[in-house]
Design a protein around this ligand. Structure first.
Ligand SMILES: Nc1ncnc2c1ncn2[C@@H]1O[C@H](COP(=O)(O)OP(=O)(O)OP(=O)(O)O)[C@@H](O)[C@H]1O
Length: 237
């Protein structure tokens, strides 16, 4: 059995209070393995983004535990949690949020600069990762000079540059054409296959479903399928 990268134990989460209170996650338990590309799929509103935000250490659950590579995330102090997150988790979200005054390589280098790597070395490594994503020639362009899909790839480079153990992605290929989407997935797969690392992807993009090692299906805040098969309701997503 592969080593568990993520162990979820009875996660619950709701928003609001009183009459407007909504329970979004109803006790999610699962193990996600290192060395695998795991997809999380399900209809809009099923709780996928809420769950990956909790896994990524940016949203506290109401109850339940998240263990990442042997560390109980929400037992850490607030500062330790931030440090753990910066060192171990790379995010790729729908909004790419590049810094408009930095060029592509500098944007990709931000996590290294934040970790204290010298700027020139960090930017060089940022440019290298851009190269692996097919953007080498655009390393010096500013975000406003890049298409949406190119900006998304810069955001992906930024998430990969410090080689985090867990990469969490929310619809990473939605804005990309088929060829760019495939290239991004190839890079994510390379990353996921490194022992001791894991990639978790929320997606509706059925072009990339065949690339998953495992597909976890959610409905109304519960896991309703788990395996290599695509849940029927997502076949035509
Ligand atoms: N901060 C919040 N305050 C109140 N309700 C929220 C908040 N965040 C999420 N919700 C609600 O929780 C439910 C699940 O949302 P979530 O974004 O996790 O779903 P999702 O499966 O990721 O959907 P999508 O595929 O559309 O992104 C939705 O009903 C949403 O309205």
């Amino acid at each position: 059995m592969s080593a568990a990268a993520i162990v979820l134990d009875g996660i619950t989460k709701g928003f609001g209070s009183g009459e407007t209170r909504v329970e979004v996650l109803h006790g999610i338990s699962s193990r996600i393995n290192a060395g695998e590309l795991t997809y999380l799929v399900g209809e809009s509103g099923s709780g996928k983004t809420t769950l990956i935000s909790i896994i990524a250490g940016i949203l506290f659950p109401d109850s339940g535990g998240v263990e990442l590579f042997g560390t109980q995330l929400y037992d850490l102090s607030k500062d330790a949690l931030v440090r753990y997150r910066l060192a171990n988790i790379g995010f790729i979200f729908q909004q790419y949020n590049l810094l408009p005054t930095l060029n592509a390589a500098e944007n990709a280098a931000v996590p290294l600069i934040a970790a204290g790597v010298k700027r020139a070395e960090a930017v060089e490594r940022g440019a290298e990762v851009l190269g692996r994503l097919g953007l080498g020639a655009l390393a010096k362009r500013m975000p406003r000079q890049l298409s949406g899909g190119q900006q998304q790839r810069v955001a992906i480079a930024r998430a990969l540059v410090h080689e985090p153990r867990l990469i969490v992605c929310d619809e990473p290929t939605a804005a990309l054409d088929a060829a760019s989407g495939r290239r991004v997935m190839e890079v994510l797969r390379e990353v996921a296959l490194v022992p001791g690392r894991a990639v978790l992807i929320v997606t509706h993009d059925n072009r990339i479903f065949p690339l998953a090692d495992r597909i976890i299906g959610m409905e109304d805040g519960r896991i309703t399928s788990d395996g290599k098969e695509i849940p029927a309701e997502d076949m035509h997503a």
